[in-house]
Design a binder for this molecule. Structure first.
Ligand SMILES: C[S@@+](CC[C@H](N)C(=O)[O-])C[C@H]1O[C@@H](n2cnc3c(N)ncnc32)[C@H](O)[C@@H]1O
Length: 209
């Protein structure tokens, strides 16, 4: 899943991962991050998710990173805000009062560019990556964010039912990736639903790390 794969998907509007509504496991579990208004939440591989605007409406500051510039522009159009756009290192930095998005590669991101954050929200980021990339993703995320609490939404299904993305990432794998720095608690679990349910059966799990 190299950048070209994702850019092609955006170009051809092959974005089945995109949900128009706020992810219900986010709204149900956000309180578990024990955040205060004004806290800054990191959303890696954010696409154009409505979750960014929702988090901002809850009073948080949000910082995302995404490869595709058009997706990022759409986030601000949908919010009806006109962001400031500037260069920040190798990134194009879109910024409104409460939502910032860096356009560029997550794997090149430094903690200096990201800045301090109080929590991470991962929906369809870890599970977007094939197994050989997931170790590097988790290690880099921990290097960027320290032990800031994380709400991680992952899918668990029999990988023989379909090719990813999204890939199946079990609780055992999450433990192998994150247990050096995090404790892990399954806070919600629901049957896979929506379009994806036509391709596989399994669970969508929210983990608090
Ligand atoms: C499965 S989508 C999920 C998007 C979003 N989290 C959501 O819930 O809709 C994965 C996204 O990650 C982006 N992406 C993939 N690899 C990336 C990377 N190395 N750096 C930044 N973004 C990346 C893709 O362009 C795509 O928009």
């Amino acid at each position: 899943m190299d950048p070209a794969f994702w850019q092609q998907g955006w170009k051809e509007n092959q974005i089945a991962f995109h949900e128009e509504e706020v992810n219900p496991l986010l709204s149900k579990n956000i309180h578990r991050l024990a955040l205060n208004r004004g806290d800054r939440i990191f959303v890696p591989l954010c696409g154009k998710t409505s979750d960014l605007a929702w988090l901002s409406a809850q009073g948080f500051r949000v910082v995302g990173i995404e490869l595709n510039q058009s997706a990022v522009e759409e986030v601000f159009v949908n919010m009806g805000t006109d962001p400031d756009v500037s260069d920040l290192g190798d990134y194009v930095h879109y910024r409104s009062e409460t939502v910032e998005i860096l356009v560029g590669d997550f794997f090149d991101l430094s903690a200096e560019i990201l800045g301090p954050i109080e929590a991470t929200y991962d929906r369809a980021a870890l599970v977007a990556l094939p197994a050989p990339m997931r170790g590097s993703y988790a290690a880099h995320l921990m290097a960027l964010t320290g032990t800031a609490p994380q709400l991680l939404i992952a899918l668990d299904y029999d990988q023989s039912q379909m090719d990813g993305p999204p890939f199946s990432v079990s609780g055992g794998e999450i433990s192998r990736l994150y247990s050096d720095r995090y404790s892990q608690e399954l806070v919600s679990s629901a049957a896979i639903s929506g379009r994806l349910a036509k391709r596989c059966t399994g669970t969508e799990n929210a983990w608090l790390l």
